[in-house]
Design a binder for this molecule. Structure first.
Ligand code: 4NP
Length: 151
């Protein structure tokens, strides 16, 4: 059975597109499907932010084909795991959950690793933040990929 994983941030143009691409790259696509979405609807249909595309390419990851979409309540039915980048995303997603089973699907991405910070910072207003964000997400995705492979 295919495990379906959704990566969520606010805009779905900076952090979650990277998380989608990074995790998909680390897993067998016959076994794990990864998508991403944003809780805000400001950039629907847009490509990822050029700074996310650039940091991805630096590490041989092309995310330029992705297009922004908004998180919807239907995603609770369509995904097994929903990883959010920060606590604000967590609150926004949990507020849409209709039962405990849906709430239990929602996890902070960095809860998967021993990290001093629990949140992937929003790099939108910080040109220098993208490198840091890439590495935080990459480490967490390695842990998630290892966990999924053991299932
Ligand atoms: P993201 O970053 O949540 O990592 O995609 C943001 C992108 C856009 C905005 C905020 C955060 N925005 O306000 O437009």
């Amino acid at each position: 059975m295919v495990t379906r994983v959704l990566m969520v941030c606010l805009g779905n143009i900076c952090r979650s597109p990277l998380a989608e691409g990074i995790l998909q790259n680390k897993v067998n696509s016959d076994l794990v499907f990864v998508d991403s979405a944003g809780t805000g609807g400001f950039h629907i249909g847009s490509k990822p932010d050029s700074r996310s595309i650039a940091v991805g390419l630096k590490y041989d990851l092309d995310i330029s084909h992705q297009r922004c979409r908004k998180f919807t309540v239907k995603d609770f039915d369509e995904f097994d795991l929903i990883y959010v980048m920060d606590l604000s995303n967590y609150r926004n997603v949990i507020a849409l959950a209709q039962n405990e089973q849906q709430k239990n699907k929602v996890k902070l991405l960095l809860d998967e690793v021993e990290s001093t910070t629990k949140e992937v910072p929003d790099p939108y207003y910080d040109d220098n933040g993208f490198e840091h964000v890439f590495h935080l997400i990459d480490e967490a995705c390695t842990a998630i990929a290892n966990k999924l492979e053991r299932n």
